[in-house]
Design a protein. Structure first.
Lengths: 271, 324
């Protein structure tokens, strides 16, 4: 089975600071990580390969500085890596991003299954996997925590929904979005680490990709940022105190009683 | 059909009844439609008379009901095809969907099918003086939000999480109803449902008066949070880090891509306070935060902040409150 796993490199959210003067994000010096849900997708692809054979290619879109992250994925177990990198791809919204990635999948060729994390941690839209599926004209299943290939050669997935789980069968090729937190991503294989450093990451620019330029990047993005503003936060008391655990607990208990959540008799009063 | 184009709301249902999030959106969309001088249209697939009846009481000028017995189950391919047909023929300016699992499955696919723009997880909607619909989305890292427009493509597709808009009050039925009855073939379905296992009641954090919410700083120990929540008669919620780490079920995730809650009291333990999270507790009556870092942004969203280690503080608190 030939799989592609889409990986997004995201900044660690706790390290990004906003410059309120300029209303821009200050990402300098911010460390990045592979989006956690995408690692769940990678693990799922590797488990399928362990079972059925085939190859796992990791695919990402971004600047050349993303290469080391793809090498990490190779060290974890991916067979090869493709990085779509060109200024033409920049400023892409979900329509353009899903188009560019779908063209990357076409370039890999002969792909049975595309696995993505269900959303990215940097304010993700959760819409790119569905978009890739539509551009490729193939099956899709979202918010999946289990995949298998049936003996009849169908894809069987379990989708986790608000009020239950549904098991679906779909034909290949397919795009699956994997629920974040699914499975336990395997550790970097240190025997593979040196090999991964030497491995070739295929870097593909817009011209090589041969995609339709009108769907790429900023000009291929129908949504536009019309403005930025400070989030209007509700008025809060903003009382911050530093107390020893005992005193802190007493203070909290006092506050919870004041709010009527507990009575001194020791039974919840709110329900 | 005027050039303005209608404001459409996709009314998702579970069995015969419309999901609350769709009614919440319909309530807000009434104002959007009025602002744009447009008609408000609710579209439902496979909902039957009961869904139409519900929708007609929540302010839609028109209900489009696509009906066929085999439309009971959501199927990506079939629903995308059916909605594409309706949207192309009516050419609405806006299409709003609830950001449920199936709603997002559909929105992402349909947006690319129609080659149009999608704004996900808005926390407010405005019509600006140029008669454009602006969807506000919290920005990255904290403090700012971005207003997104879709100026040159139709429809602007927008998704909204449950709880963002309040539930409107139903009125008298005042909608025109248009029934659409497609003829379907087995090959129109993209998938076959092997089984559906209902989860039982599930948890609905939007209805809880008290929330005890844990983040990275809990280190994954949610037992003590559970104890405290139980003692306070509330529910446990979590940040993305906690759900992504598998510490807590995803349905308990609070924030922009989780649930927007409005409890009377929220106790936030070991969460740094990224804006994607804090939008989910903004509507809380009173917010208590415990964090080891005195500079943690969560204190900007709190009425009462305690700087310290949450483990000993919560354990002592549970002791102090006694058994329930």
């Amino acid at each position: 089975m030939q799989s592609v796993v889409c990986l997004k490199v995201v900044p660690r959210p706790e390290e990004v600071r906003v410059d309120l003067e300029t209303k821009t994000l200050n990402r300098s010096g911010v460390r990045s990580v592979i989006n956690p849900a995408d690692l769940s997708a990678l693990e799922m692809a590797l488990a399928l390969r362990d079972q059925h054979g085939g190859r796992v290619t990791v695919l990402s879109m971004g600047p050349p500085s993303f290469e080391p992250y793809l090498r990490v994925a190779i060290a974890v177990g991916a067979d090869d890596a493709v990085l779509l990198s060109d200024r033409e791809f920049g400023g892409a919204d979900t329509l353009a991003t899903s188009y560019t990635l779908s063209e990357g999948v076409r370039t890999v060729g002969g792909v049975d299954l595309v696995l993505c994390g269900d959303e990215s941690s940097d304010g993700g839209t959760s819409q790119v996997p569905q978009g890739i599926a539509e551009w490729l004209g193939c099956s899709q299943a979202t918010y999946v925590d289990r995949v298998e290939r049936t003996s009849e050669g169908m894809l069987r997935v379990r989708r986790v929904l608000e009020d239950g789980t549904e098991t679906l069968e779909l034909p290949f090729p397919a795009v699956v979005s994997v629920l974040g937190g699914t499975g336990e991503p395997r550790f970097i294989d240190y025997d593979r680490w040196a090999m991964a450093q030497q491995a070739t990451v295929r870097v593909i620019d817009a011209a090589t990709l041969g995609a339709d330029p009108k769907y790429l990047g900023l000009k291929g993005s129908p949504t536009v940022v019309a403005g930025l503003r400070e989030v209007r936060k509700p008025g809060r008391r903003h009382e911050v105190v530093m107390l020893e655990p005992e005193a802190a607990a007493a203070r909290l208990a006092q506050e919870l009683r004041r709010l009527g959540l507990v009575t001194d008799k020791g039974s919840p009063a709110s329900t | 059909m005027s050039d303005i184009g209608g404001v459409w709301v996709y009314a998702e249902r579970r069995m015969g009844s419309v999901r609350p999030v769709s009614l919440e959106i319909l309530g807000r969309a009434r104002g959007v439609a009025d602002g744009l001088g447009a008609r408000l249209v609710a579209v439902t697939v496979g909902g039957g008379e009961s869904a139409v009846h519900d929708l007609a009481r929540y302010g839609a000028d028109e209900v489009v009901a696509v009906e066929e017995p085999s439309l009971q189950r959501y199927d990506t391919r079939l629903y995308t095809d059916l909605l594409e047909r309706e949207v192309r023929s009516a050419n609405p300016s806006v299409l709003l969907l609830g950001a449920t699992r199936d709603g997002q499955d559909l929105a992402g696919r349909l947006a690319v099918r129609l080659r149009t723009g999608l704004t996900a997880h808005v926390t407010s909607l405005e019509v600006d003086p140029e008669q454009r619909l602006i969807g506000w989305v919290p920005g990255f890292g904290g403090g700012i939000e971005a207003g997104i427009v879709c100026p040159t493509h139709r429809p602007a597709i927008v998704t909204v999480r449950p709880g963002v808009f309040s539930m409107p009050t139903p009125g008298p039925s005042a909608s025109e109803v248009r029934w659409v009855r497609p003829t379907l073939e087995p090959s129109d379905f993209g998938s076959r449902q092997v089984s559906f296992v209902p989860k039982g009641a599930g948890v609905d954090l939007t209805r809880s008066d008290v929330l005890v919410v844990g983040g990275r700083g809990t280190g994954g120990d949610f037992d003590r949070l559970q104890k405290l929540a139980h003692r306070l008669g509330g529910e446990v919620g979590a940040t993305r880090v906690a759900t992504d780490s598998g510490w807590v079920d995803r349905e308990r995730m609070i924030g922009q891509t989780g649930v927007v809650t409005h409890p009377k009291v929220a106790v936030i333990l070991g969460a740094s306070g990224a804006v994607q999270f804090t939008v989910g507790i903004e509507k809380a009556g009173f917010v208590i935060a415990v964090n080891r870092d005195p500079d943690a942004p969560i204190f900007d969203s709190a009425d009462l902040g305690l700087v310290g280690d949450l483990g000993p503080i919560v354990d002592r608190l549970v002791e102090e409150l006694g058994e329930s």
